[in-house]
Design a protein. Sequence first.
Length: 208
Amino acid sequence: MERNVEKMLNRVSVVFLSIGTVLMHLPLPKKNARIWFSGAWKSRLSSFSTYFLRFRDLGFIQNHTKALCLSDGAGHAPMALSQIGLSDVTAVELVDSIPLVKRADPHNLPFFDRVFDFVFTAHLAEALFPWRFVEEMERTVRRGGFCVVAVDECSGDDVRDIARFFHNSKIVDVANVTLERVKRTSILFKLQDSKRTSILFKVQDSLS
């Protein structure tokens, strides 16, 4: 009996090993197609598209906007931005997901200063060093450009605590949204002149 079970398990292992080997050698478009045409992918993509459409309707992004998505996982955010009309979208994660997401450390981005118009993340809370993560967001976005974070639903003091990471930006929009079927709070920051922002924080601190 035990020998029969062992033989069966060996056959199952060989079958799964063979399937894994075949998948690893499938042409990239076919592997992507299996994911991108799934119901789960389409549902998450629709959620991100709806989320980003709000920023387009408010005039914060246009088709020519150069966007960066940080800690983006499989690539729903960059695909959604492309879907609503943006032609220049970059996404990075610690593990790449070609062709949508490239490998890079969000704490140490391989980009020059001020090269993006719009930087987005839905994973600030998981950052190992949130202050460094935000520094890189502000470093890579142009003056007058936007940084946006989607965090667990919050208000008041929690929003102010998040804002303290953004030393060179001011809040221009806060909204409660549903993203990937989860209630979130979306906070949009506009990058300011450093001196002006420093003065703004001093005024805010004196009033608190």
